[in-house]
Design a protein around this ligand. Sequence first.
Ligand SMILES: *[C@@H]1O[C@H](CO)[C@@H](O)[C@H](O)[C@H]1NC(C)=O
Ligand SMILES: *[C@@H]1O[C@H](CO)[C@@H](O)[C@H](O)[C@H]1NC(C)=O
Ligand SMILES: *[C@@H]1O[C@H](CO)[C@@H](O)[C@H](O)[C@H]1NC(C)=O
Length: 509
Amino acid sequence: MQLGVASSVVRLLIRSAHKGGGGRPRREHGVMKGPDKRSSTQASAAFQSLRLVFVLATVMWASFLYYHFTVLSAGARRATVLDGASADPCRGRYVYVHDLPPRFNADILRGCQNTSDQYRWPDMCGFISNAGLGRALADPLDGDFTGENGWYGTHQFALDAIFHNRMRQYECLTTHSALANAVFVPFYAGFDFVRYHWGYDNATRDAASVELTDWLMRRPEWARMGGRDHFLVAGRTGFDFRRSNNMNPSWGTDLLNMPGGREMSVLVLEVSRVPHSREYAVPYPTYFHPRSDADVRRWQDRVRGLERRSLIAFVGAPRPDNPYNIRQQIIAQCEASDVCRLLGCGFGTSQCHTPGNIMRLFQRATFCLQPPGDSYTRRSAFDSMVAGCIPVFFHPVSAYLQYWWHLPVHHETYSVFIPEDDVRSRNVSIEAVLRAIPPETVERMRDEVIKMIPRLVYADPRSKLETVKDAFDIAVEGIIDKVARARAEAAADESSFSHAMEMFGFRRK
Ligand SMILES: *[C@@H]1O[C@H](CO)[C@@H](O)[C@H](O)[C@H]1NC(C)=O
Ligand SMILES: *[C@@H]1O[C@H](CO)[C@@H](O)[C@H](O)[C@H]1NC(C)=O
Ligand SMILES: *[C@@H]1O[C@H](CO)[C@@H](O)[C@H](O)[C@H]1NC(C)=O
């Protein structure tokens, strides 16, 4: 495009040089005739040669400018757009993706068959198929839960791959890191955790993290903000990457405590709440991965129209070795109630791992109980909300202190809170609490939950939603905002530092 503009400028200049003798005199022809014509021609000749010099100089200047801008073209073009008043829809939203050596992502997936022993992630290869979504569902009991409708047997810890693939569809990618508002590091930290978690020493667990941070810190992109504009996705809990903060000295890698790992922002499924961490919680992946806005709307309409025959549903296993955990009581209360439906996940049963069974239960219930399990958060909370079931939380860390970007600030608009101590110590009846909620309130909460569905699901990374923002979009917006704040803080620090230096008589270059 610039080539076109430049060459037409040159052509225009050349044309006016040719016309130099003709353009003005033609008008003069009509005004002055006869005797004055000769002297006028002499003056005109001198004028014309001067003009020719001028025009040639202009042409050369134009060529120089043209050359200059062509050489700088790619970057300059975008910068011009960014600075210009023209509305660039990507302004402030550019993401640069590091081109990592494959040992940090693709090779980890390629090693998925190395999961033969019982402890490791079983059948990891199946879970990473379909761009990380897992196997397409083909539920014979309910035609809704099929791959064609966007349903997959997605593993709760598969976000590393889903997010990376989803990033390939992001509309504001840039190959010019200097123009990026955030820098994405597609390291599969969660998969790296699982491959060496059991039976390996610290050095082996940390090897990829050490190599990665070493690689990153040598890059020019890192120098720009000391890594504070970088982010990665570690699709597990934050504690899985903070071994030296953990009570168990052999749990996890230490990625987020090492130099390089400390500076980056990291998206996790549950934040560790270690002070000064840059962890941000994003939704667990659910089984639903829409391919279009219409897929989302169709699903929302469907769950809105469903008859909900049970008041309460719970899917989960007890934690018999943890007497402090309230699941035992929850299961006992549910079994004793005739409005509570339970999907047992005890040892040896696979019912509660069958996506169709889970979703069928949730979409027929008004309230879904979400007590803490091994950690505070649960994938199940997101599955239930996708089914239009109002979540009941028992601990604020299970949701309210986690998913700031994705869930409404006013948690009473979409969920019920029953403090776990009320259940544990005071034997509060969950059914009685839920029955006491007026039907209009229940209706309002369910509407809110259904409205939230798009923000809670990760779209199929192989296609693109048109206008609907999914969990990925919300997360990228959140990160870009954090980076912008970090940049502003750094600028403020810098200017107050300069100011202080000047006050003491120093001048900073
Ligand atoms: C699988 O494990 C074996 C032995 O531990 C190792 O030699 C091999 O390189 C691994 N394969 C992949 C693809 O990681
Ligand atoms: C592994 O690392 C943790 C802390 O990161 C440390 O407490 C523990 O002693 C280490 N284990 C060994 C065997 O060195
Ligand atoms: C808890 O309350 C139920 C009735 O709501 C009662 O049947 C049960 O015995 C109580 N349990 C304890 C430990 O008090």
